[in-house]
Design a protein around this ligand. Structure first.
Ligand SMILES: CC(C)(COP(=O)(O)OP(=O)(O)OC[C@H]1O[C@@H](n2cnc3c(N)ncnc32)[C@H](O)[C@@H]1OP(=O)(O)O)[C@@H](O)C(=O)NCCC(=O)NCCS
Length: 237
C-alpha cells in the first residue's frame, strides 16, 4: 500500500482578492510585505494551499483556516497547521515561496515539508560553510563548474524540506544533517543535530523549472507517492 503527498506549484502571480483568501493574521503579514512580488507570492501560497486542502477535505476552500504558532516566540510565523474546518484538520501541510515560484503540499500520511529554492540564491559567499557538511562540499566540488550552483540548491532544498517536515526549521543547523548526493535518489543519510532525529524520512525531488529546484519530505512509515500538479499563473482562481 502507498500514501500520497499532493504538491502544487505555480508562478506567484494569481490575480485574486486578499479579502477572500486571507484571515486577519495573514492579512497583517501580507500588508507588512514591502515588495509587490512578495505579496503576490504570499497570497498565491494561501490560495493554492487552501484550495488544495478544501478539495481533499471536500469543503469550501475559503473556510480552511491555518495557524502558524511559533513555539519559540509565540508569534504567528511558524509552521502552517490546518485548524478548521473539522473535516480538514487531519491534513499535514507545508508551503514555500520565492518571488517567482510558490509550492504547497498536503498529505494525511504524516508531517510534510516542502521547499523551493532559486538556483542562483545559493551562490553567495559563505553558503557552503553554513549549509553543507564536508562530504557534501566535496561532492559539489566534484561537479563541473556550471553544475555546482544547481548541486548546492539541490542539497539546500532537500535539507530544508526535511527541517520543515520535522517542524524544527532553521532552529536546526542545516550543516548538522546530511542528505544524499544530488545525482542519487534523495535521502537523509546522517543526523548530527542535538534535537531528536526524525524517523521514516522520505524525500522526493520535484521538477519545477530551470531556475529553481524543489523537494518535498514526508515523515511516514508507508511509502509515499508524489502527485505533482502545475497550476497556471496569472488569473488563476
Ligand atoms: C521555515 C524556514 C526554514 C523557511 O525558510 P525560507 O526558505 O526563508 O522560506 P520558505 O518560503 O521556503 O518557507 C517559509 C514557510 O515555511 C513555513 N514555516 C515557518 N516555520 C516553519 C517551521 N518551523 N517548520 C515548518 N515550516 C515552517 C511557513 O509557512 C513559511 O511561510 P510564510 O512565511 O509564508 O508563512 C526558516 O524561515 C525558519 O526556520 N524560520 C524559523 C527560524 C526561527 O525559529 N526563528 C526564530 C523565531 S522566533
Amino acid at each position: 500500500m502507498t500514501e500520497t503527498v499532493h504538491v502544487s506549484w505555480s508562478p506567484g502571480s494569481a490575480d485574486v482578492s486578499p479579502t477572500v483568501w486571507l484571515d486577519e493574521t495573514e492579512r497583517g503579514r501580507f500588508d507588512r510585505l514591502r515588495k509587490v512580488e512578495d505579496q503576490r507570492a504570499f497570497l498565491t501560497s494561501r490560495m493554492l494551499l487552501k484550495t488544495m486542502v478544501g478539495c481533499l477535505a471536500d469543503t469550501p476552500p475559503e473556510l480552511v483556516r491555518l495557524s502558524y504558532h511559533c513555539p519559540r516566540c509565540g508569534r504567528s510565523h511558524g509552521r502552517p497547521v490546518v485548524v478548521a474546518p473539522h473535516a480538514a484538520v487531519r491534513w499535514h501541510v507545508s508551503l514555500s515561496r520565492t518571488s517567482r515560484q510558490v509550492i504547497v503540499a498536503a498529505t494525511d500520511a504524516g508531517p510534510v515539508g516542502v521547499d523551493v529554492e532559486r538556483t542562483a540564491a545559493t551562490g553567495f559567499e559563505g553558503f557552503v560553510g553554513v549549509a553543507l557538511t564536508n562530504a557534501e562540499r566535496t561532492e559539489v566540488e566534484r561537479c563541473a563548474p556550471a553544475a555546482q550552483a544547481r548541486a548546492r540548491a539541490v542539497y539546500w532544498a532537500r535539507k530544508e524540506a526535511v527541517l520543515k517536515a520535522t517542524g524544527y526549521g532553521l532552529a536546526v543547523d542545516p550543516a548538522a544533517l546530511e542528505v544524499s548526493a544530488p545525482h542519487l535518489p534523495a535521502a537523509l543519510t546522517a543526523w548530527h543535530a542535538g534535537q531528536p532525529q526524525p524517523r521514516h524520512v522520505q524525500i522526493s525531488d520535484l521538477p519545477v523549472d530551470d531556475d529553481h529546484v524543489a523537494a518535498v519530505a514526508v515523515l511516514a512509515q508507508m511509502p509515499v507517492l508524489v502527485d505533482l500538479q502545475q497550476v497556471p499563473g496569472s488569473g488563476w482562481g
